[in-house]
Design a protein around this ligand. Structure first.
Ligand code: MN
Length: 234
């Protein structure tokens, strides 16, 4: 049977080695998962269980940036305050629901560096009115991601530095072990709410230091052990 128009393009993330790619399904994001960032956003990091929001998983929102390249990201419309959030992205390789914390690592295919780009002014307006965050978070090109580094057996990525530079100046710098909810705890919790499937991505939250970016700036995100992500705002 034919479709009434061509099917939408999936987003595919390259792996750091080899010719295979990772087809993206859904993009889940964790809010306020580093204490210092929770404080800079005006909330108490000690009292909140993890909460989630989503971005589209399609090729309009997810921009795959191959190793060694600089991705062009268009400054989005209807905002005066586009902000960067550097994050560890976990790529799910095995389906599951109600996953135990102790088994969560088995569901991880690999890891990448991602940017949770945010129209902070629009997100702030929605927060103030108790409304959904999509207009602040789920716009086109809102999720640039670098290549995936497959997880090595028995070696989950739980420690190391995470940092973001804008035009060579460090804006965000933290450690993965500063996460309030670990990757395994996040997977366990998220899988009580949604059945996770291969192709799902989880943005695991950002350290403090988020801030505004403008056209012409180049962002470079780095996490120890992973391929860096570099984009330019155009
Ligand atoms: Mn975020």
């Amino acid at each position: 049977m034919s479709t009434v128009f061509p099917p939408h393009a999936l987003a595919y993330l390259p792996l750091v080695d080899g010719d295979q790619t990772f087809p993206v399904r859904r993009v889940y994001c964790v809010g306020r998962n580093y204490a210092a960032h929770a404080r800079e956003m005006g909330s108490d990091p000690n009292r909140e269980p993890p909460f989630f929001f989503c971005k589209p998983g399609d090729a309009d929102a997810v921009i795959a940036v191959p190793a060694g390249q600089t991705g062009d990201i268009a400054y989005p419309p209807v905002t005066q305050d586009l902000q960067h959030e550097i994050e560890l992205v976990v790529a799910i390789g095995k389906a599951g629901r109600d996953i135990a914390v102790q088994r969560a690592t088995e569901h991880i295919f690999g890891y990448a560096v991602g940017l949770d780009l945010t129209r902070r002014d629009l997100q702030g307006q929605m927060k103030a009115q108790g409304r959904p965050w999509e207009i602040g978070k789920a716009f086109d090109q809102s999720a640039p991601i670098g290549p995936i580094t497959p997880q090595q057996p028995g070696a989950p990525l739980t420690t190391g530095a995470i940092r973001l530079q804008v035009d060579g100046v460090v804006r965000q710098h933290g450690m993965l072990e500063q996460m309030i909810w670990s990757v395994d705890e996040t997977i366990a919790r998220l899988s009580t709410l949604f059945t996770l499937r291969p192709g799902d991505l989880i943005f695991t939250g950002t350290p403090d230091g988020v801030g505004a970016i403008t056209r012409g700036q180049t962002l470079r995100g780095e996490i120890d052990g992973l391929a860096p992500l570099q984009v330019r705002i155009v």
